[in-house]
Design a protein around this ligand. Structure first.
Ligand code: FDA
Length: 425
């Protein structure tokens, strides 16, 4: 942090102001380097917006903003002290509070070196909604080869091959029959049929029947009641017969409330239905408390959509911090929570928190996406944790794939390299 002390050369308060500043910063754990800026004449003062000696600035902003009527001047400035009297130095507590505020602002500010990642994230999230790009991408053979990293294949049989491989590695799974934002009742009904066929096939083959679905694939945008009763309701009824688990994925924030309502309604008749909470949403702390009270199973993730700042935290630091707090609440009081992340720091924090609070690994699970951090999946299994892999299959892979590209700038390089290789070959 840039710390400046602006003063006139003859100001009697400057040495004391420097001492207070130095000790306030040291107490806060900083190693202070204070730039002493001497203001010798009224032109300098005007150029610096200087309104009295001494002035303390953090990152270019006055710790105590001058009253608006104060003229530019080279005389002393007096600051109110905790007991009310005026003195020519800024109180230590005011400095510490300003440092804390500035640090939070700096952490929340998007950093320039993150810009390429932010731009590519925005681009791929935008591209995920473009139907013309979907048509183009699904026709290109080289993209399809790349998609296989994240998606099991087009057919249920492809998914089953992947599940058998996971089983051999000691991993568990949840199956996603790809599709979202359907625009007709026929499409939604067909999607629900595919889920039921998937549940049946898993049960028949002795594979754990655990699926994840999206409500916009089940007709949420067409008619929420019909979506709940006819489509998701049918899947959940079949799941109940098979003893299967159904997770309702979370989409963008305009669907959060409706999704939670529908899950609550389904949970009233069948308890093996769970939902997803996104740590980037500001509302999530409240939602988590309610879901804990209702003992509805939660998968905690960071969130994969492009959300406005009014509803979602923008910086990685805030999203991660929110994730850590929600993870702790769910581990302490939630019903078998799923901690869905590939973030080493958050996984370590989960393991540490569980150990410190005597929470056995059988009371929660980790979840990860197919194609992401295989090394980490296997390491956690070898340490005795349950790891569930999200395995999507189906032809509607385009928006899912775009979100995976958006998550990691390196994936974009991977894509470009493969396009260039294909172009040459
Ligand atoms: P972060 O993005 O900080 O990544 C941490 C590290 O993981 C990266 O440094 C990289 O090594 C690796 N990584 C992450 N994503 C990668 C990728 N695509 N390719 C390669 N490496 C990658 N979201 C949502 O909004 N609604 C939902 O219902 C779900 N459901 C869901 C289920 C499961 C099982 C998982 C794991 C995730 C979701 N998500 C989701 C997605 C989630 O919100 C988030 O976008 C991704 O998990 C990426 O965030 P991380 O927590 O991994 O952290």
């Amino acid at each position: 942090m840039r710390v400046e002390l602006l003063a006139t050369p003859d100001c009697p308060h400057t040495p004391r102001a420097a001492d207070i500043l130095r000790s306030a910063l040291t107490v806060d754990g900083h190693e202070p380097t204070i730039d002493l800026v001497y203001v010798s004449n009224i032109d300098d003062a005007a150029g610096l917006g200087f309104r009295g000696s001494p002035t303390i600035r953090l990152e270019g902003r006055d710790v105590v903003p001058p009253p608006p009527e104060l003229p530019i001047n080279l005389g002393c400035r007096l600051y109110p002290q905790p007991d009310g009297h005026l003195d020519g130095v800024v109180p230590a507590a005011t400095i510490t509070a300003a440092v804390e505020r500035r640090e939070q602002e700096v952490a929340a500010r998007p950093r320039l070196r993150d810009a390429p990642g932010r731009l590519s994230r925005a681009f791929f999230l935008w591209a995920s909604h473009q139907h013309w790009l979907a048509a183009l991408a699904t026709a290109l053979p080289f993209t399809r080869a790349m998609v296989r990293r994240f998606v099991a294949g087009d057919r249920l049989e492809d998914a089953i091959v992947v599940l058998e491989q996971l089983r051999a590695r000691g991993l568990t799974w949840t199956v996603d029959v790809l599709g979202e934002s359907v625009t007709s009742r026929e499409m939604a009904t067909a999607a629900a049929d595919r889920y039921i066929a998937t549940l049946d096939a898993l049960a028949q083959r002795g594979l754990e029947a655990n699926v994840s679905l999206k409500l916009t694939q089940m007709g949420l945008d067409i008619d929420p009641n019909w979506c709940r009763d006819d489509n998701v309701g049918r899947i959940v009824a079949r799941a109940a017969e098979l003893g299967a688990f159904v997770r309702v994925d979370m989409e963008d924030h305009t669907k959060t409330e409706l999704t939670l309502d529908i899950v609550r309604a389904l949970h009233a008749t069948y308890t093996d239905v769970g939902v997803v909470i996104q740590s980037y949403l500001r509302r999530s702390a409240n939602d988590v408390e309610q879901l804990i009270a209702e003992q509805i199973r939660v998968r905690l993730c960071k969130g994969a959509y492009d959300e406005p700042h009014s509803v979602a935290f923008a910086s990685k630091a805030e999203v991660d911090d929110s994730f850590a707090r929600l993870m702790e609440r769910l581990l302490l009081d939630g019903r078998y929570p799923a901690i869905a992340t590939h973030d080493d720091a958050l996984i370590d924090a989960t393991i540490r928190f569980a150990a410190e609070h005597g929470i056995d690994p059988s009371r929660f699970e980790f979840q990860m996406l197919k194609g992401v951090r295989r090394d980490l999946q296997e390491r956690l299994v070898s340490q005795g944790y349950t790891v569930r892999v999200y395995v999507p299959y189906g032809t509607q892979w385009y928006p899912y794939f775009m979100r995976r590209l958006a998550e990691r700038p390196a994936n974009v390089l991977f894509l470009l390299r493969s396009i260039i290789r294909e172009g040459r070959g």
